[in-house]
Design a protein around this ligand. Structure first.
Ligand code: IMP
Length: 202
C-alpha cells in the first residue's frame, strides 16, 4: 500500500519507511508527488499533524502520515510549543531559534529550566477518515545555557534529557530514537497499527 508522508524531510522518510515496511507501507514523500505542506493553522500538535495528513490524503487519494513536534519550556509558559520551528520568525534557521531561546532563558535559574519535546504522528486512510490514528510521545528534560554536541538538530544542543548528563546533540541517532518523543510516537503508531490489524472491526 502506497502511503504519502506529509513531510519533505528525507531523514524522516528513511526512518519511518523502514519501521513501517512490515505493515506493507510503501512510503512516498509528499515532495516527490509535488505536494506542499499546508499552512499549520491548528492550535495543537495533534490538529497540525492531522491537517497535514488530511491535506496530503486529499491531494493524492492515498492514505497519509504526518507528524508535528516542538518544545515546551515551563519558564516560558509552554512556549514556543507548536511555533518551535518559527520561534525566531517565519523561516527562521535552527541556529536563530536556538539563539533566541538562549537569550530568553538567560536569567532563568537552573531549578526552573524544565522543558519537554512533544510529538504527534497522525495516520489517515482517506482525507475524511473518521477514525484517524493519533500517536504521541513526550520527552522530558532541562535546558542548559551553553550549547553542547553536534548531533541532532533544533534545540538538541541545549536539551539535557531527564536521567542523562549529556545533551540530545551528544546522543547517537539510535540512542536518540530509542528515547525521543518522535521515537515514542512512532512505536505507539506501530502498536496501534498492530492492534487494528488484529481487530476484525477496523
Ligand atoms: P516539525 O515537527 O518538523 O515542524 O518541527 C518542529 C520544530 O520543533 C523543529 O523545527 C525544531 O525546532 C523543534 N523540534 C522538534 N523535534 C525536535 C528534536 O528532536 N530536536 C530538536 N528540535 C526539535
Amino acid at each position: 500500500m502506497r502511503v504519502v508522508l506529509a513531510s519533505g524531510n528525507s531523514g524522516k522518510l528513511r526512518e519511518l519507511g523502514s519501521l513501517l515496511a512490515p505493515f506493507g507501507f510503501d512510503l512516498v514523500s509528499q515532495s516527490t508527488l509535488g505536494l506542499q505542506t499546508p499552512p499549520e493553522t491548528g492550535t495543537t500538535f495533534a490538529e497540525n499533524a492531522l491537517l497535514k495528513a488530511r491535506h496530503a490524503a486529499a491531494m493524492t487519494n492515498l492514505p497519509a502520515l504526518a507528524d508535528d513536534s516542538g518544545i515546551e519550556v515551563d519558564a516560558l509558559g509552554g512556549r514556543p510549543g507548536i511555533y518551535s520551528a518559527r520561534y525566531a520568525g517565519e523561516g527562521a534557521s535552527d541556529q536563530a531559534n536556538l539563539r533566541k531561546m538562549l537569550d530568553e532563558m538567560r536569567e532563568i535559574p537552573a531549578s526552573q529550566r524544565t522543558a519537554r519535546y512533544q510529538c504527534v504522528i497522525a495516520f489517515v486512510t482517506t482525507a475524511t477518515d473518521s477514525a484517524p490514528i493519533l500517536a504521541t510521545g513526550t520527552w522530558e528534560g532541562t535546558l542548559i545555557s551553553e550549547p553542547k554536541g553536534l548531533e541532532g538538530f533544533g534545540y538538541d544542543p541545549i536539551f539535557v534529557p531527564s536521567g542523562l548528563d549529556r545533551t540530545a546533540a551528544e546522543l547517537g541517532a539510535g540512542e536518540k530514537n530509542s528515547l525521543s518523543h518522535r521515537g515514542q510516537a512512532l512505536r505507539a503508531l506501530v502498536t496501534e497499527l498492530q492492534n487494528r490489524r488484529k481487530s476484525p472491526i477496523q
